[in-house]
Design a protein around this ligand. Structure first.
Ligand code: SF4
Length: 347
């Protein structure tokens, strides 16, 4: 079932729009807006499409609104319990508000927020979380179904006032119940879906679990925007999210890196090379494949078949471009030759 397509700032979520990647700001809003904006520009360069900020206080809503006015990507305000903060965020110019109508105080307050959002053209994300289900559903034996039922309670409020600029998320820290909730929801409703595991953990376990869950859904055609939620800096969430989309062929732009793990045979160090260049490569939106290889066992073939490749080969390092050798010699010059080729490559 094709999802509704809703605008969020300059972006679209759902329908035939590309799947987007998002992250969340992880510190209190104590630093200057210029510093926050510099970070957002960096996240955007790595492929982040939108970013969410918590707004526990009224003044946070105003700060987030100021950020939204100068941000290169849409800004989402995350609000619980106090509908006045949601109203202030909408007034201040955020592009989307994450609330749960059911926990914003009362049905009347939820309706006030939804009407204000409708008047301002602001989207809403309703986020159902398996860890904070309504009391009536907490002992439900099936977590996936319980999340669906919680979402349906919220839909009742939305439909009463005809508000449809909505994205839903149904998340838990468990893969199976999250997949089930999103699958059931997508069979019944056309609201776009923000997918991801919540509280998925530190970098490696969190990325692995999130990738499995998100990929299972995306491969079924479910999911319009993704977040890899990690106990890590936002940039790691963005990098993981973008790599999931690239691996599934859902994001064509960007550099695909093939690199060997290195072993006792290596005569060129892929780890050191990537420590120097990985971020610059991943920030590029050129569409090409790069191979970084340690020795002659697999190096020359992988490097030859990539758009640009660098590999150890005995005492020398070879740089390939589209299958042809463009440099052969010592490592430091090979670095430069590689980077010159990359810079001049029209991807
Ligand atoms: S390419 Fe060479 S260095 Fe890299 S893992 Fe394979 S054998 Fe080891």
């Amino acid at each position: 079932m094709l999802r509704e397509k809703i605008p969020v700032g300059d972006l679209f979520i759902g329908g035939d729009a590309p799947v987007t990647v998002q992250t969340m700001w992880k510190r209190p809003l104590g630093e200057t807006i210029d510093d926050v904006l510099a970070s957002i520009h960096d996240f955007a360069a790595f492929g982040c499409d939108l970013i969410r900020f918590s707004a526990p206080r009224l003044e946070d809503a105003r700060i987030i609104g100021s950020i939204a006015k100068r941000s290169p990507i849409p800004i989402v305000a995350d609000i619980h319990f106090d509908h006045r903060i949601a109203l202030e965020a909408i007034r201040a110019g955020v592009h989307k508000v994450r609330i749960n109508p059911g926990n914003i105080g009362s049905r009347e307050k939820a309706e006030t927020v939804l009407r204000a959002a409708a008047d301002a053209g602001v989207a809403i994300r309703v986020g159902i979380n398996g860890g904070s289900l309504p009391r009536t559903l907490r002992n439900h034996p099936d977590r996936g179904e319980a999340m669906l039922l919680a979402a349906e309670e919220e839909i009742g409020i939305l439909e009463k006032i005809g508000f449809s600029r909505v994205v839903f998320s149904l998340k838990s820290s468990d893969i199976e119940s999250s997949v089930k909730a999103n699958t059931l929801f997508s069979q019944r409703y056309r609201y776009p879906l923000h997918i991801g595991l919540t509280e998925s953990g530190p970098l490696v376990p969190g990325t692995v679990k999130s990738s499995i869950m998100i990929s299972r859904l995306l491969l079924m055609g479910i999911g319009d925007t993704i977040r890899v939620s990690l106990s890590e800096e936002p940039i790691k969430e963005v990098m993981a999210g973008v790599e999931i989309l690239k691996a599934l062929g859902l994001r064509k732009n960007g550099v695909r890196i093939i690199s060997c793990p290195r072993c006792g045979r290596s005569t060129f160090d892929p780890h050191a090379f990537l420590a120097r260049y990985e971020k610059e490569l991943l920030k590029s939106d050129k569409s090409l494949t790069v191979a970084v290889m340690g020795c002659v066992v697999n190096g020359p073939e992988e490097a030859r078949h990539a758009d640009i490749g660098i590999t150890g080969a005995g005492r020398e390092v070879i740089v390939f471009r589209k299958g042809s050798i463009v440099y052969k010699g010592e490592a430091e010059r090979a670095y430069k030759a590689f980077w010159d080729q990359f810079s001049s490559f029209e991807g």
